[in-house]
Design a protein around this ligand. Structure first.
Ligand SMILES: Cc1cc2nc3c(=O)[nH]c(=O)nc-3n(C[C@H](O)[C@H](O)[C@H](O)COP(=O)(O)OP(=O)(O)OC[C@H]3O[C@@H](n4cnc5c(N)ncnc54)[C@H](O)[C@@H]3O)c2cc1C
Length: 462
């Protein structure tokens, strides 16, 4: 069985980019992921001679890391249609789900830096775009030992419960915030990151709703890291805890310190939706990888003297897998493309580009800074996120992003399970790729929020 590529009408330039991502995935990322997965000690994954660094450097040589950085900052945003990033994510996910996430989260603090009112912090994006050696690596640090799902359900009313307040606190003293607490061992890139997009508690009486977001350089005194996490799936993805003890963070690094903003439903749901839409495109790629491995296997293995591909039960299974994978790819690419191209929000009534949205949020934050913590501005800002006219659409798109993540990760897991059955006894053997794909896909249903928790949180958007 052959199948058409649903992306054939994407134009020459995008085709070239997608093909470059596919080749890089096949030649560098997939073999690196297989090699890294075999290390007993997860510290070997990040050793300075590890192939992990070939993956990071290669990704940046191809300029894939620049897709979300505007041209004024040395990036390539706007040079390709907005679907370019989801397509590259899909190819990375096809090559290796864990490494795809490592590459993706690495950009996060630098993209968010574009919103900072401080020119020096915005320059992080420029430095990141120019960094071919992977000396700048980002992470997104939310989960805490006592709060995982709480952050997800925090977008609903329940998140206002003071018992759910973040364990990592940021207490303002003069021009600084003093950080104390812990981010859990699940933070992707946790032990290799140089910068974090960091969620902190700024108003503990408001629970998760009282949290803020900081851009944090991770070389500040008082920050330490744990050992890389040893785990079942996505073993090529470095993860580890980050500990903060009396860390002095200048207030200019606090990007969002509007107590209650996470309680504004539309804000939380948009945040969940954007993050999860990228998970959707990545893991629809991983689902396709399992399907392709199964296809190769049924064409080259026999039962009762006949190729497996000629057995009716296998044909039915394979075709169902194919239909599921292709519909998942289409849905996730479409949702991710929407977020990146027409992000309508509280700042505008018609569709506007993601870059424009970032610029406008940055402007709003600059105004906020210049108003010297004038809470009238904060109230208006929050009100716009909760206003039914704007909030309705944001909630809608939030649920599409989450839906895409749930669908893609569950498809990746189901297809890997089906493929595992088809491989029979060989499925357990390390020489075949399917047992790794099954482990990697299993982790994805927990990653970025356990699927049931995401569904519970997003039901409000229906
Ligand atoms: C591969 C991978 C990559 C990750 N990358 C990152 C990252 O980059 N940054 C980061 O910050 N985190 C990351 N995480 C962490 C991830 O977001 C959390 O694991 C996830 O949110 C779940 O939190 P938890 O593990 O603490 O589980 P818990 O919250 O302890 O949940 C355990 C169980 O209890 C259930 N449960 C909990 N609370 C409720 C409730 N109120 N109602 C009903 N059921 C409930 C859950 O559904 C689940 O079944 C990653 C995780 C994985 C697996």
């Amino acid at each position: 069985m052959g199948y058409l590529d649903i992306d054939t009408r994407i134009g020459r330039r995008l085709n070239k980019l997608r093909d470059a991502a596919r080749t890089f995935g096949e030649e560098v990322v997939r073999p690196a992921g297989i090699a890294l997965d075999k290390f007993q000690d997860p510290s070997d994954v990040i050793n300075k001679n590890s192939v992990l660094w070939d993956v990071f450097r290669g990704y940046r040589e191809h300029d894939f890391h620049k897709l979300m950085i505007p041209r004024a900052f040395g990036g390539t945003m706007g040079r390709y249609p907005s679907i370019a990033l989801p397509m590259v994510n899909e190819q990375m996910g096809y090559a290796d789900g864990g490494l795809a996430i490592s590459l993706l989260v690495s950009s996060m603090p630098f993209i968010f830096a574009l919103m900072s009112p401080e020119a020096k912090i915005r320059d992080w994006a420029r430095a990141y775009a120019a960094d071919k050696n992977a000396s700048m690596i980002g992470c997104w640090a939310i989960t805490e030992p006592a709060h995982g799902t709480d952050w997800i359900l925090g977008v609903s009313k329940a998140g206002g419960d003071p018992r759910l307040a973040p364990s990592l606190t940021a207490v303002k003293k003069g021009d600084e915030y003093i950080l104390n607490g812990w981010k859990s061992a699940w933070v992707s890139n946790g032990t290799i990151a140089t910068h974090a997009l960091l969620h902190v508690g700024i108003e503990q009486s408001m629970g998760i709703h009282g949290s803020g977001i900081a851009l944090c350089p991770l070389d500040l005194p008082g920050i330490s890291k744990g050992a890389p996490l040893d785990k079942m799936g996505q073993r090529a993805l470095n993860q580890g805890e980050i500990i903060f003890e009396e860390v002095k963070l200048n207030k200019k690094y606090m990007l969002l310190n509007i107590p209650g903003i996470f309680g504004a439903n539309a804000f939380g749901h948009t945040f969940l939706g954007i993050a999860n839409s990228t998970m959707g495109s990545t893991f629809s790629g991983q689902a396709k990888a399992s399907l392709d491995e199964a296809l190769k296997f049924v064409k080259t293995n026999e039962r009762d003297g006949k190729p497996l591909s000629e057995q009716p039960d296998i044909k039915i299974k394979m075709f169902r897998m194919f239909a599921k994978v292709e519909s998942t790819r289409l849905f996730s690419l479409r949702v991710a493309n929407h977020f990146l191209s027409r992000f309508s929000g509280p700042f505008m009534s018609a569709g506007t580009s993601f870059r424009m949205t970032f610029w406008m949020i940055g402007k709003a934050l600059q105004t906020y800074a210049s108003l010297n913590e004038n809470h009238e501005f904060i109230r208006n800002f929050t009100k716009r996120f909760t206003h039914p006219e704007h909030a309705g659409e944001l909630m809608d798109w939030g649920k599409y992003g989450v839906g895409s993540k749930i669908n893609a990760t569950e498809t990746a897991y189901q297809v890997a399970k089906e493929a595992f059955e088809i491989f029979g006894e060989k499925a357990h053997v390390k020489d075949y790729p399917i047992e790794k794909m099954l482990r990697d896909a299993r982790a994805s249903t927990i990653e970025d929020g356990i699927n049931d928790s995401l569904a519970l949180a997003s039901f409000e958007g229906l």
